[in-house]
Design a protein around this ligand. Structure first.
Ligand code: KG4
Ligand code: ZN
Length: 357
């Protein structure tokens, strides 16, 4: 059994957790949503300062709730890429300090690998291979999960992430930040067929469209034009119908691509992760479409879909069990493809090589 204390500060949640393999001992998430709400989005510098103010307390609380002490901790994990660089540095510096002070190995974790591992916390018996649809504020990706550290991006967005599109359209409709939950709530009272909107297909040079990549910029522009036209015709906007039509279109686009990808690559399990996995239309449409093809689809509970440190700890525990640790010189990276996650580790073989030099 591997026990890890994990830190996540890549965006606007200061999160610390203690995880044993695929089991959560404690998970503290201090959300900054209230602080960023007045700006209508995350302000990076404000996020970093907020992490600095909260992190020590979150670490102490996570350890206390777990009922464990430092002697039981096998490693210190932290998200080190991708994310807001100043925000990542707060977690990384705290993790390095703890690793040095308590003489524990450091395990850097790729944020998206963490989102994939959230599904292992929800379903401890789940094993690769499976297809992961990752839909968050920063990413919209279809990832082939073959093993720990072995990932292939099969599809992604060419512009906005799905959550980003929800947040921007919510602003257009004068709804509060974050926009996804606000649109989801409002859509429940609207008619998803009220307006016909483009799904955002990516044209291929030889004709046809890319089967797995998506684009939300055309849909966003179509929403803007529609709202402007409706505002000219009437002073009252049909916001519920607009929310339901937008949400339905995003869900249809993601469902079509995900099912096509699973069928083409022969995956019998689809796992969904990231904040947009909470969306009701996406849940309903994907479950229905997957059932028709005899594909199993798993949606982890919302607390595990949105940013948290338990998912980071779960990924770190598996890397640590395989002897993957990070050097104390590890840097934070605002960008790093999930296919390159093994760059974060010194595997036992490499360290043996270093000793020989
Ligand atoms: O995974 P997450 O917490 O943070 C990132 O790593 O980005 O995702 C946050 C995103 C936000 O854009 C938010 O609007 C969206 O997830 N979101 C939703 C819903 N709940 C959260 N989008 C659509 N429907 C929801 N119910
Ligand atoms: Zn995330």
């Amino acid at each position: 059994m591997v026990t890890v204390l994990a830190i996540e500060t890549s965006c606007d949640e200061t999160a610390v957790a203690v995880v044993q393999d695929r089991q959560v001992c404690s998970s503290i998430v201090a959300s900054q949503v209230d602080v960023h709400q007045e700006y209508g989005g995350v302000v990076p510098e404000v996020a970093s300062r907020q992490h600095v103010a909260t992190i020590n307390q979150a670490i102490a609380q996570a350890l206390e709730v777990s009922g464990l002490d430092w002697s039981a901790i096998d490693g210190i994990a932290t998200t080190c890429a991708p994310g807001l660089i100043g925000a990542l540095l707060v977690g990384l510096t705290a993790a390095k300090t703890l690793a040095l002070a308590h003489q524990k190995p450091l395990v850097g974790v790729h944020h998206l690998e963490g989102h994939i591992y959230a599904s292992y916390l929800a379903e401890p018996n789940l094993e690769p291979p499976f297809l992961c649809l990752l839909v968050s504020g920063g990413h919209t990706s279809l990832i082939a999960v073959r093993d720990c550290g072995n990932y292939e991006i099969l599809g992604q967005t060419r512009d906005d992430a799905a959550g980003e599109a929800f947040d921007k359209v919510a602003r257009l409709l004068n709804l509060s930040y974050p926009g996804g939950p606000a649109i989801d709530r409002l859509a429940a009272q609207g008619n998803a067929q009220a307006f016909s909107l483009p799904e955002g297909n990516i044209s291929l040079p030889g004709g046809g469209s890319h089967p797995y990549d998506s684009s939300f910029s055309g849909l966003k522009t179509a929403m803007l034009r529609l709202v402007q036209k409706l505002q000219q015709d009437s002073s009252v906007l049909p916001v519920a119908d607009l929310a339901a039509s937008f949400q339905g279109t995003v869900a249809r686009s993601l469902t079509r691509r995900t099912i096509a990808c699973a069928l083409d690559y022969g995956f019998s399990t689809i796992v969904v992760g990231g904040g947009v996995a909470a969306n009701r239309a996406l849940r309903d449409q994907l479950k229905l479409a997957a059932a028709k093809q005899n594909i199993q689809v798993l949606f982890p509970p919302l607390a595990l879909c949105t940013d948290n440190a338990a998912m980071i700890g779960c990924a770190a525990a598996e890397h640590l069990s395989r002897g993957h640790t990070s050097a104390l010189t590890l840097g934070a990276r605002s960008r790093l493809g999930i296919e390159d996650v093994m760059q974060l580790y010194t595997t036992p073989k490499e360290s043996d090589k270093l000793k020989q030099l």
